[in-house]
Structures are given as C-alpha cells and as structure tokens.
Design a protein around this ligand. Structure first.
Ligand code: PLP
Length: 365
C-alpha cells in the first residue's frame, strides 16, 4: 500500500502527476523545451509575477535554490539581514556564513512571528544592509510570518526582500504585482504537489540582469542559468526531465482545482479537521492558533500518558500514514502536514487511526 505522506515534503501526489513521469524526454527535444517554457510561465502566473519577474528553475532540493539565489543576488559588497524564528531561517544564516557574505541575524522565539517594527529599527540603524531574507511559512512549527508588513518596511527602506516561500508557494497568497518582493524561492514538491527534484526562484528581472558574475558557484549561478534558458530554451546542465513533466502536470492540476485560493481552502479544511480532532484526542497544538498556517501543525507530546514518538510513528505507518518528527529546539513535539494531494476524508481516517493507536498504547502501559 502506498502510504499517505503527512510531512513537510516530499508529499502525496496525484496519480496523473506521477503518470506524467512515465516517458523519456531528450533535453533538446522541442517538446521538452516547450514543457520548460510552460513550467516557467505557469510558475510566474501562480504569484502574478509575469510583468516584473522571471522564473529560474534549478536542479536539486529546495535548499539548493535558496543557496543559489542568495549566492547570485547578494554580492560581496552587500549585507544580508536574516530573520530567524525556526530551523529554515537558521539554514539561511548557515548559507550566508558558508558563502562568507557579510550578514546580520535577528532572532525570535520559535512561537513568535517576525516583528516588522524590529526589522524597521534594524534597517534604520544599519544602513549598510542591502537585502533581507525571511521565511514565509516557517515549516519548523507551521508558523506564518507577516509577509505584507515586512515587505512594506523593506521596500520603504529601499532594500531587497528574498522570501523563502518553500512551504507556502501555490497555496498562501503571494501577489508580486502588489507586494514588493525581489525574489521568491520554492520547490516542486510542496504545495504545488509535484515530485521532488527541482527548485525555482521568481526574481525581479532587472535585479537578476545586474547580478552577472556575483555567484561564487558555477552550477548554482542563477544569472547564467537564466541567460541559458532565455538563449535557447534549454537548461545549462542535465535537466530532471521527468520531474519537469510532473511539475507541469501538477501546475495544470492546480489551475483546474481553481488556483492557489481553492488549494488554500482545501488545506484549511484539512488543517481544521486535524487540529480539532487531535485536540479531542488530547494533543495540544504548539503554536497560538492565530499564528498557525494551514500547512503543517506541531503538537506537544502528551504528558498525561506514556508516549514514545518512535512507537507512535511506527503504529501510524503500519496503518498507512507517515507523520514527521518535531524540529523544535526547546519542546518535545511531532508534526503532521496538511498539504499534498490529501483531503478531509484522509484526515478523518488519520484521526480514527490515532485514536486506535492511543488506546493500544494505553492498554500496553
Ligand atoms: C522544505 C523547505 C526548504 C528546503 O528543504 P529541502 O529539504 O532542501 O527541500 C527550505 N525552506 C523551507 C521553509 C522549507 O519548508
């Protein structure tokens, strides 16, 4: 039995998406060049970026596109401000250290959203900062950071916002015609419900055009990747052809579903059923519900009963549900995702399984 993946990715995909991977493509085939062009056009349209941004895909997981974007857009003479309230913010700080880029870090607790007023004070007192990096939905907890407020502050100070929208793109609203964001980074296998293997950045065209020669890396240079694609429609190096075909199918399915708004509505239903049902079974949500995005939910370990994550995980996996360990630095927790090709009925079945497993654990104790 194929399990249902309730994780931060890779996720459950639709059969049509997987079926799109069942043939071979030559990277120079006209048909594949057309698929790449359709993928780039559809990615831009998800975030309404066609008038201002270009879509640059890159082979690899999500972290590759984050590292590539930062390395391409932040130059040696620039300074990056990294906003950190979870493990993915920490990862951007680690990338900045590894690339030896001048940078500054602002941190919040894992349960606190980024505070735009504090970002504003920092930008006012440190004029050397040129770029600000933020995580849209911090997948560590499932927390939603205030994109509109932070984007407005960053733009008011004339700085460039780099947004890791890995776990939000395709569901939570991002409107590049309205919200000033220089670069949005995401991957094929989260809310777009494609298969894993590629990332992409939507980058303001004028900014990318000016970034020639910035990247210290040959394969992660998004300026060169973009120039290559614009030149002959082909990828510079071997493209993940089946992953591209699956992503195009997944993007068509997103449109057929009704676009990001309809997808968000489905994820919201999933998340509400999950959080309410887990609450009835005695599991406490880690975040204040006001900060919870309908992407992935973190739950505390129960304290009133014996509980081992390993046993819980295995018992649910045996029933066809794959959940995820927690990633919090200070609390014991586990996570259950609401995204992917999953529906309310899947969550009702999951909750029944969690109820059974907890009874079993209770009897064994
Ligand atoms: C998934 C994710 C990433 C990238 O993770 P990979 O394992 O490299 O795909 C980056 N940022 C956020 C917020 C994510 O959720």
């Amino acid at each position: 039995m194929t399990p249902i993946l309730l994780t931060p990715g890779p996720l459950t995909t639709r059969p049509e998406t997987r079926a799109a991977m069942s043939r071979d493509w030559g990277s120079r085939d006209e048909g594949f060049i057309a698929l790449t062009a359709e993928m780039r056009r559809r990615l831009l349209s998800v975030a309404n970026g066609a008038g201002s941004h270009v879509a640059v895909p890159l082979q690899g997981s999500g972290t590759f596109i984050v590292e590539a974007t930062i390395g391409t857009l932040v130059g040696r003479a620039d300074k990056l401000l990294v906003l950190v309230n979870g493990a993915y913010g920490e990862r951007i700080a680690a990338i900045a250290r590894r690339l030896r880029l001048p940078h500054e870090i602002l941190t919040w607790e894992e349960w606190q959203p980024v505070d735009a007023a504090r970002v504003e004070q920092t930008l006012a007192s440190q004029p050397a900062i040129t770029h600000v990096a933020m995580i849209h939905c911090e997948t560590t907890t499932g927390l939603l950071n205030p994109l509109e407020e932070v984007a407005a502050v960053v733009a008011r100070h004339g700085k460039k916002l780099l947004l890791d929208a890995m776990s939000s793109f395709g569901a939570l609203p991002i409107d590049l015609a309205r919200t000033p964001v220089t670069a949005v980074m995401a991957s094929s296998n989260k809310c777009l419900e494609g298969t894993p293997g590629l990332g992409y950045a939507l980058i303001e065209q004028s900014v990318l055009a000016a970034a020639k020669g910035n990247s210290p890396s040959l394969s992660l240079d998004l300026h060169d990747q973009w120039r290559g694609l614009e030149g002959n429609g082909q990828w510079r190096f071997t493209p993940p052809v089946q992953v591209v075909a699956a992503l195009v199918e997944a993007l068509r399915l997103l449109e057929a579903e009704g676009g990001p708004e309809a997808r968000l509505a489905r994820y919201r239903r999933n998340c509400r059923i999950l959080v309410e049902g887990m609450g009835r079974l005695g599991f406490r949500l880690f975040l204040d519900p006001a900060h919870q995005a309908p992407i992935i939910a973190s739950f505390h370990y129960p304290t009133d009963r014996p509980f081992s994550f390993e046993g819980f995980y295995q018992a649910l996996a045996a029933r066809g549900f794959v959940i995820y360990p927690g990633k919090l630095s200070k609390a014991e927790s586990f996570r259950i995702g609401c995204i992917g090709a999953v529906e309310p009925a899947d969550f009702h079945r999951l909750l029944a399984a969690v109820g059974d497993v907890m009874k079993e654990i209770g009897r064994a104790a």
